[in-house]
Design a protein around this ligand. Structure first.
Ligand SMILES: [Zn+2]
Ligand SMILES: [Zn+2]
Length: 368
């Protein structure tokens, strides 16, 4: 017994000597990110250790960076940021059969408990015990290496790059939203907002077979990106709530037939008003963007037309389908990647500033 533990300690010390220190991007305060050492937890029997190669900055990362919070999640102590990632497996736990060292994988960022009734019913994204990369207090994955459960890693085919693998995370939001709203080959889709989430929703809706997609925004430059990505029609609107009536007519006109499903990827009173009013009787509105936690708008007229409102929280069981869409060419996420940075202190600061500024940045990616 004593001998065994002595040998183990020696082996561990030896491992530490051989390996360079793992570094990660720590959020220390408002707009303060530093690359500092990150000691990984030990590799469990069902875990893999992954060398992160690509990581995209998400809107939630930017919220944390700017405000030390995102919705009700508050950063109270230093935290490693980031969650949209892919990498290469470096070590597999003793019970992992599905992977080998060297496999390229995309990582699903949330670890659910697996025991509660939501997990058991399959809605594991709603698990109250969820530990999600880069959502406080759980450390994220903008690091050279992370330890993660093997069952949340998904092997990438040769024709899907690591950057595309990292894009499975934002794309999953669009895929889950399309599932929630039952988008299919007979569903005409309207999307409010052509930011990153509006655009992945556009790509997902098309891949689910939506024959006609109209996308709406206040920003003509973002609308032209949506057009290039395959939107059938684009409609520019104002930020003035008084214009809702006229703009609903304009959007319905652009669709040319009933709007079966609307996605609000913004989440303001006005965008939700437009979505509720523009959608045909018996249709669905899916609220994705949560710009405001409280909205004041007329709900009864939509309810009286049996327009269903559904929400989403992240996603579940989406990685295999996302990888299939990317591998088959049904979805091309490459045009969404507008900026690339290296994982240095300067690169880290520039990348977050670029993403926070918005402008022509859609997805800002780190290559590690
Ligand atoms: Zn994300
Ligand atoms: Zn659970």
């Amino acid at each position: 017994m004593a001998d065994d533990s002595g040998e183990e300690a020696e082996a561990a010390a030896c491992r530490d000597d051989q390996e360079e220190e793992n570094m990660a991007a720590w959020l220390l305060g408002i707009k303060t990110l530093k690359i500092q050492p990150y000691h990984l937890p030990p590799l469990g029997p069902q875990d893999v250790r992954v060398r992160i190669k690509a990581l995209g900055i998400c809107g939630s990362d930017v919220h944390h960076f700017k405000n030390m919070r995102c919705a009700n999640f508050i950063v109270k102590k230093p935290m490693v940021v980031g969650h949209e990632c892919a990498g290469i497996i470096e070590e597999v736990g003793s019970e992992v059969k599905s992977f080998e060292v060297g496999d390229r994988v995309a990582l699903e960022p949330g670890i659910s408990c697996g025991r509660c009734c939501l997990c058991k019913s399959g809605s594991y994204n709603l698990c109250p015990e969820m530990k999600f990369f880069g959502s406080p207090p759980t450390n994220g994955s903008l690091a050279h290496k992370v330890v993660h459960p093997a069952n949340l890693c998904f092997k990438l085919p040769d024709n899907v790059s690591l950057e595309e693998g990292a894009m499975c995370e934002p794309l999953s939001v669009g895929v889950h939203a399309c599932r929630r709203a039952n988008v299919g080959p007979e569903t005409n889709v309207m999307i409010m907002g052509s930011g990153p989430i509006g655009l992945v929703t556009l790509l997902a809706a098309r891949a689910f077979g939506a024959p006609r997609i109209v996308i709406v925004d206040v920003d003509v430059r973002r609308l032209s990106i949506a057009k290039n990505l395959g939107a059938d029609e684009i409609v520019e609107v104002s930020t003035d709530i008084q214009d809702v009536g006229a703009e609903v007519a304009k959007i319905q006109n652009a669709m040319g037939s009933g709007i079966d499903v609307s996605f609000d990827c913004v989440g303001f009173d006005k965008t939700m008003s437009i979505a509720l009013n523009a959608t045909r009787s018996g249709g669905k509105v899916c609220l994705i963007g949560l710009a405001k936690s409280e909205m004041t708008l007329a709900l009864s007229p939509a309810a009286a037309r049996e327009v269903d409102v559904v929400g989403i929280f992240r996603y579940r069981n989406t990685w295999p389908l996302c990888i299939e869409f990317l591998s088959s060419g049904k979805i091309d996420v490459k045009p969404l990647i507008t900026h690339r940075f290296s994982f240095t202190q300067k690169g880290l600061e520039d990348a977050f500033e670029t993403s926070a500024r918005g402008g022509n940045a859609i997805k800002v990616m780190f290559n590690l």
